[in-house]
Design a protein around this ligand. Structure first.
Ligand SMILES: [Fe+2]
Ligand SMILES: [Fe+2]
Length: 159
C-alpha cells in the first residue's frame, strides 16, 4: 500500500479525509469502485491513492499548494465513470480513452459537484503531455499530473 510508503501520519490522513469526505460518500463517486484502473486496482482506490501521493509530494517539497484544489482535483481526476477496458477501440487516436477521459471526468465533476475553474484545470490537464494543449498550468495541476503517472506506473507493474 502506498499509505505506508508515503509515511503519512494519522493527522495528515485525517486532514486529507476532511477535504474528501463529502465526495467519498456520493453515490456517483462510489461507482468508481466497480471499474478497474490499472493492474487490479479500482478507479476509486487509484483516485484516493493519487490524492495521498499529491498531498505527500506537496508536503515533502514544501510546495504550498492550495489543499482543496489539490485534493479534490486529484480525487476526481478520473471521475469518467465507465470501464475503459471495455471501451470500443476507436481508430481516431484523439477519440481514444487516454485523450478523452480528462474532459469526461471534468464534465462529471462539474455536473455533480459544480467544481470551480481551478479544480477543473487540475482534472483536464492530468494526462499531459498526451493531451498536448491541456498543459498543467498551475502548481496543483502539475503535482497531480506527476502523482497520477507515478501511481499508474506502480499499479501497472507492481501486481
Ligand atoms: Fe486519467
Ligand atoms: Fe489516473
Amino acid at each position: 500500500m502506498y499509505n505506508e510508503r508515503m509515511k503519512l501520519t494519522i493527522e495528515e490522513r485525517e486532514e486529507i479525509a476532511s477535504y474528501l469526505e463529502r465526495y467519498l460518500e456520493h453515490p456517483e463517486v462510489r461507482k468508481m469502485a466497480a471499474f478497474v484502473a490499472h493492474g487490479n486496482k479500482s478507479v476509486l482506490r487509484h483516485c484516493y491513492d493519487v490524492a495521498l501521493m499529491a498531498y505527500a509530494i506537496n508536503k515533502k517539497f514544501n510546495l504550498k499548494a492550495d489543499l482543496r484544489t489539490l485534493l479534490v482535483g486529484s480525487f476526481l481526476h478520473d471521475f469518467y465513470l465507465y470501464d475503459w477496458h471495455g471501451h470500443p477501440l476507436n481508430l481516431n487516436v484523439f477519440k481514444m480513452h487516454g485523450f478523452t477521459h480528462p474532459k469526461q471526468a471534468r464534465d462529471n465533476a462539474v455536473k455533480y459537484f459544480s467544481i470551480n475553474k481551478d479544480i477543473q484545470k487540475v482534472i483536464e490537464s492530468h494526462m499531459w503531455p498526451l493531451t498536448l494543449r491541456s498543459f498543467p498550468s498551475s502548481k496543483e495541476a502539475m503535482i497531480v499530473c506527476m502523482a497520477d503517472k507515478y501511481c499508474a506506473l506502480k499499479e501497472t507493474f507492481n501486481r
